[in-house]
Design a protein around this ligand. Sequence first.
Ligand SMILES: NC(=O)c1ccc[n+]([C@@H]2O[C@H](COP(=O)([O-])OP(=O)(O)OC[C@H]3O[C@@H](n4cnc5c(N)ncnc54)[C@H](OP(=O)(O)O)[C@@H]3O)[C@@H](O)[C@H]2O)c1
Length: 297
Amino acid sequence: MELISLDPTNRGWLNETPTYLPPVGIGEVMRAVGLGRVVASKNLRYPEGQLVSGLLGWQEWAVIDDATMLLPVPDVPGVPLTAHLGALGTTGLTAWVGLTDIGRPQPGETVVVSAAGGAVGSVAGQIAKLRGARVVGIAGGSQKCALLTDQLHFDAAVDHRAADWRHQLEKATPDGIDVDFENVGGEIMDAVFGRLNLRARVVLCGLISAYNDAEWPPGPTNFPALLVQRVHLQGFIVLDHLDRAPAFLAEVAPLVHSAQLQSLETVIDGFEELPTAINMLFDGTNVGKLLVRLAHA
Ligand SMILES: NC(=O)c1ccc[n+]([C@@H]2O[C@H](COP(=O)([O-])OP(=O)(O)OC[C@H]3O[C@@H](n4cnc5c(N)ncnc54)[C@H](OP(=O)(O)O)[C@@H]3O)[C@@H](O)[C@H]2O)c1
């Protein structure tokens, strides 16, 4: 294994209640997406030396069979391996499917992305911007907000850790909100719902603000806005859309190769760091895709 991806959904897999996949039991290998290179193979589809990604788990070596969800990954000169789990991997696919199939932003419309400095959010915001939307990112801290506007060319950023974040959101969305790419939930989602325009679309991608809560909090409190504004809200899980990968790569790979779209990553070295590194997703210390690199990579 070369790289292991840390994802908010890993947290849900540790609970006893099933999510869209069964819980990971005590004593089982922790489920996770990873990137590795085939060292020995009896399968012509995956020859020795082939780079592959899939649900390889928290382990240094993976023994797999045809039942494992595995994709061959092209070695592209100039593209770092990390990007294959970031903007070019399921992270990028999540952002692209959510925007293309559900959000459908039109030029000039206002798109708000929460957890915008993270893996999915940073890609979603950049794609929306490249499609001509006005893009507002919500992120924690002035540094992440500056990164969104200065490096990723978002039109505005809202610091959800600042006392006046609601006022910042109002100021950043003077014409209301046409697309909410929702990664966080809770009071941030409620505030966004309160600013949705007629026939807005909500791309319900994640609700990370409650993943560590012992009980799911009540809400959303601004739910009636969805009725009054005739909003289309759709949840989705990227695993249902793997057939969209060729169309996604046809659009996004050239953008990444030409650096029009940046794949941001936070890479932590060392297999033993996995159990603590995952906390970065919840305290917000990651920027872009959070990955752990294995020593021999
Ligand atoms: N539907 C799907 O198929 C799918 C696939 C992948 C991911 N997701 C979802 O997409 C969301 C983002 O995932 P990701 O992998 O891209 O992770 P990420 O955004 O790279 O990392 C999570 C970020 O969430 C923010 N955050 C954490 N707790 C928060 C809270 N209480 N309030 C506000 N912000 C908080 C933090 O950023 P700040 O510093 O900005 O607070 C943190 O950096 C998650 O909800 C995840 O479950 C869904």
